[in-house]
Design a protein around this ligand. Structure first.
Ligand code: NAP
Ligand code: MG
Length: 493
């Protein structure tokens, strides 16, 4: 019997102007207060300063809420609450009991994942796809992972009698607000420390939601205190004599100020600072996969990533091919409403950051770089930047040396392994790097010679609570994540 011939469907034509129907995530379930106090000793309190500042949605420039501005007196109150909680409750509680609270916080983060994802996107501007699939699940995973260590510290550090430090002051940036809070709070709690955390001025809302979750979890009062404010609040926390440890994630400039402020004191310090990662494509790499990785490496979260692959090195023999593919690919990236599930690149976190990025783009052009921007339309309101490539870049160009923290990629070429190692290491930073090649031996050669804390091979921007993260040189010191992340909060190390 002869089967009827199937009609071949008309080939789908690829078209760069192809548009998707809008698929906005609802925000009706997000519960926001008009005004937030400071979370001190288990309660939300009015600030001593009497001052509040607004936090806006950078995608629309609309006000979301008013947030308390903590002054030195507020900081003092929070540190004292943390000290009392440390002395009376938390330092005495067996690890097995501490673990129960940390597990509970992890489960509650999972339960409220949808609300937290939408809020993270509203306050910070990152695409909902990222906050939903990366930030919030990873934050919950960090609590889950460190809960498991709380009663096993003696096994993690045998014969070293690990002891907690006391009160930790933690200061975090705006690019991964809830995730950075989780990176800091979870290991500190697991090791028996109490906490005063300050989120960034532009993205305080998920940290305040976390405060509500902590309150609901029944964690003893004062174990975690969350105070909002600007740089001055962070500086007051760093200078407070009642602090035993400062854990800071942010810019290298502020990191240096903090290192100076803590010099000569008994305060322990870990710094997670800026980066200028090299992403290296060899001629034998699977090029399509590599191009996807490069795109993810620099345009993920609008380039607001300390470990963003902001310097691309392409082996000369495949240079033309890679540039063609990159140019084609950025034309298909969707820039716009971060709450839309189709969006690849959301809003830049603030007007100030957008101005910085624009400044670097004009510096790049003035220095002789050849610019290529995506031709996509961007919304009129809100802070947006098109994905941007720079070719004809040399090592001395500022866009190849300084952290831009935006969707701008500086591209250079190389011929030999030694040349690219020399070029990639020629930076003040050393946070991360990426290598794309088909050869395992080349991966081992590169990873042993590149001076970066994290090196990804044939992938990029992959995170897991079990693996340590941190920098070399001006990218800071200390490690977060994994067993190593525990030692930063223990006395014997
Ligand atoms: P930032 O200006 O250094 O701010 C980071 C935090 O420090 C914010 O909470 C900030 O408050 C506070 N702060 C500002 N001045 C201070 C001072 N004098 N003393 C104490 N605290 C102070 O950095 P950012 O612009 O928010 O974040 C971007 C930077 O963070 C980039 O350089 C990026 O590479 C780095 N980063 C590094 C990692 C890592 O793991 N290595 C991860 C994420 C981000 P305000 O918000 O009110 O200014
Ligand atoms: Mg905001």
């Amino acid at each position: 019997m002869q089967l009827p011939k199937k009609k071949t469907p008309k080939a789908l034509k690829f078209n760069a102007t192809f548009t998707y129907a809008p698929a906005p995530e609802s925000k009706s379930h997000v519960k926001l207060q008009e005004q937030y106090g400071l979370f001190i000793n288990g309660k939300f309190e009015k600030p001593n300063s009497g001052k509040y500042f607004e936090t806006i949605n950078p995608a629309t420039e609309e006000k979301l809420a008013m947030v308390a501005d903590a002054n030195a007196k507020d900081v003092d109150k929070a540190v004292k609450a943390a000290r009392t909680a440390y002395d009376k409750v938390w330092s005495k509680m067996p690890g097995k009991e501490r673990a129960k609270y940390i597990f509970r916080i992890s489960r509650m983060l999972q339960e409220k994942a949808r609300e937290l994802s939408v809020l993270e996107t509203m306050d910070g501007g990152k695409p909902i796809r990222e906050s939903r699939d990366i930030d919030i699940p990873l934050a919950a995973n960090h609590f889950f992972y460190y809960a498991g260590w709380a009663d096993k510290l003696d096994y993690a550090f045998p014969n070293q009698q690990p002891k907690s430090l006391g009160v930790a002051g933690q200061i975090i940036p705006w690019n991964f607000p809830l995730l950075m809070a989780a990176w800091k709070i979870a290991p500190a709690l697991a090791t028996g420390n109490t906490i005063v955390l300050k989120p960034a001025e532009t993205t305080p809302l998920t940290a305040l939601k976390l405060a509500e979750i902590i309150q609901e979890s029944g964690l003893p009062e004062g174990v975690v205190n969350i105070i909002t404010g600007a740089g001055a609040t962070g500086a007051a926390l760093v200078q407070h004599p009642g602090i035993d440890k400062i854990a800071f994630t942010g810019s290298t400039d502020v990191g240096k100020l903090i290192q100076r402020a803590t010099a000569g004191t008994n305060k322990r310090l870990t710094l997670e600072l800026g980066g200028k990662a090299a992403n290296i494509i060899f001629e034998d790499a699977p090029l399509d996969q590599a191009v996807e990785g490069i795109i993810n490496g620099i345009f993920f979260n609008q380039g607001h990533v300390c470990c963003a692959g902001s310097r691309l090195f392409v082996q000369e023999s495949v240079y033309q091919k890679v540039i063609r593919k990159l140019k084609d690919r950025i034309e298909t990236l969707i820039v716009g409403d971060p709450l839309d599930k189709n969006t690849d690149i959301g809003a830049i976190n603030s007007k100030q950051q957008l101005d910085t990025i624009k400044k670097y783009i004009s510096i790049g052009i003035k220095e002789g770089g050849e610019i290529h921007e995506s031709s996509c339309a961007i919304p009129k309101k809100g802070f947006y930047c098109r994905p941007t490539l720079f070719t004809n870049v040399s090592q001395s160009h500022r866009i190849a040396r300084e952290e831009i923290f935006g969707p701008v990629l500086a591209i250079q070429t190389f011929r030999t392994d030694d040349e690219v190692i020399e070029k990639a290491n020629n930076t003040a930073y050393g946070l991360s790097a990426g290598v794309w090649t088909d050869k395992g031996s080349k991966i081992f050669n590169m990873t042993s010679k590149l001076r970066a804390g994290v090196i990804w091979a044939n992938t990029f921007n992959k995170f897991d609570p079990t693996s340590p993260f941190g920098g070399y040189k001006e990218s800071g010191f200390g490690r977060e994540g994994g067993v190593q992340g525990l030692s930063a909060y223990l006395k014997s190390f």
